[in-house]
Design a binder for this molecule. Structure first.
Ligand code: SAM
Length: 333
């Protein structure tokens, strides 16, 4: 269920003591989908930090000043929820209420008693003292039905990863129109262009079901075969990868292009094929997704023909990798 975005009123901010804590209230509010944090008195350091994070990581979160917080609460067009260890139990609360565009009120030290009276709800996240950041995170997580809301991306994207850090600089990921322009400059044939668009179509379908970074997937689909403007041999992945590198485009995109062939190529197979000696096995979700979209863009029949052809050419293991990619994407092919 898509819910209305909450806002946060942070009371009791002391410029000398609470900068870090209030910044963290703002960061938590933003990360869990809120749109504004109100402060009774603006702190420019807190505001600038949040502005910078929002510019880099996306969304349109804002820190605002409210000269009269009582009026803000009274005139709020939605539910006002005060988080306090003395409130009613959060589990009970969510089983009884469906909130509308909530204003979440949190304190730093003791809040004035008027807050209890003016708020529509006083809710506790366990009746033990802890922190406004923890209380806000737990409450918003419940409010969001335990999923983290999406937001428009900023300059950087952090991609989920089990191992190393994956940060994408979006200024280095070409838009669809930049991809088309590049393909035209490289004299991509109409047939190849048509194929790339079919791969994009498949890739978008897969992305809807399995996730993955949309910008990388669009550019990866449109440029995966850019190396074929130079050669149709197995080295077209490496050729494409060099072109992406020359353009100064993202390394995440470069690897998608380099690793898209078949179900990937092992280091040993690469050596045999005369490719630079490294592994070309797709690892990230986006790499695997483009690989599989390329294999299946022609439909089910073409995919089984492709597998047969790869096997006939003696590449049994490669065919197996293509099949297991199909399984990973839970497709019956
Ligand atoms: N005795 C204070 C109180 O009213 O909860 C503790 C102040 S605490 C350091 C700062 C803020 O953390 C509180 O104003 C409240 O918003 C939040 N908080 C702390 N413990 C909480 C709990 N168990 N449930 C909900 N909010 C809590």
């Amino acid at each position: 269920m898509v819910r209305a975005l909450p806002s946060v009123l942070r009371l009791g901010h002391r410029q000398d003591r609470d900068k870090r804590m209030t910044t963290h209230v703002g960061l938590t509010a933003r990360a869990f989908g809120s749109k504004n944090m109100y402060l009774p008195k603006m702190d420019s350091k807190v505001r600038d930090t949040l502005k910078d994070v929002t510019k880099r990581f996306g969304g349109d979160f804002e820190v605002k000043e409210t000269k009269n917080w009582k009026r803000l609460i009274k005139e709020w067009n939605g539910d006002v929820v005060h988080l306090t260890m003395y409130g009613s139990d959060i589990h009970e609360f969510f089983s009884e209420h469906d909130l509308e565009e909530p204003l979440m009120v949190v304190g730093s030290q003791k809040v004035p008693s008027a807050v209890y009276e003016l708020s529509d709800h006083n809710v506790s996240v366990g009746n033990q003292p802890h922190s406004e950041v923890a209380a806000l995170a737990v409450f918003l997580d419940r409010y969001n039905d335990r999923s983290i809301p999406d937001r428009p991306s900023g300059e950087l994207g952090i991609l989920p990863s089990r191992e190393k850090k994956r940060v994408v600089d979006y200024s280095k990921v070409p838009s669809a129109s930049e991809c088309f322009e590049f393909a035209r400059k490289r004299n991509m044939s109409p047939e190849l262009m048509e194929h790339s668009i079919a791969v994009l179509d498949r890739a978008l379908h897969l992305q809807k079901r399995h996730g993955g970074d949309l910008r990388l997937i669009i550019a990866g689909a449109l440029l995966h075969d850019i190396g074929r403007t130079v050669t149709h041999g197995v080295e077209h992945g490496v050729e494409g990868s060099s072109m992406i590198q020359e353009k100064g485009w993202s390394d995440e995109l470069r690897k998608i292009v380099e690793r898209h062939i078949g179900g990937g190529i092992t280091k040993e197979e690469a050596k045999e094929a005369g490719l630079p000696s490294r592994s070309y096995i797709p690892e990230t979700l986006e790499e695997k997704l483009i690989c599989h979209a390329d294999n299946t863009a022609g439909g089910e029949e073409r995919f089984s023909d492709l597998i047969k052809r790869v096997k006939r050419a003696g590449h049994e293991e490669s065919a197996e990798r293509m099949r297991s990619l199909a399984k990973e994407f839970e497709e019956i092919l």
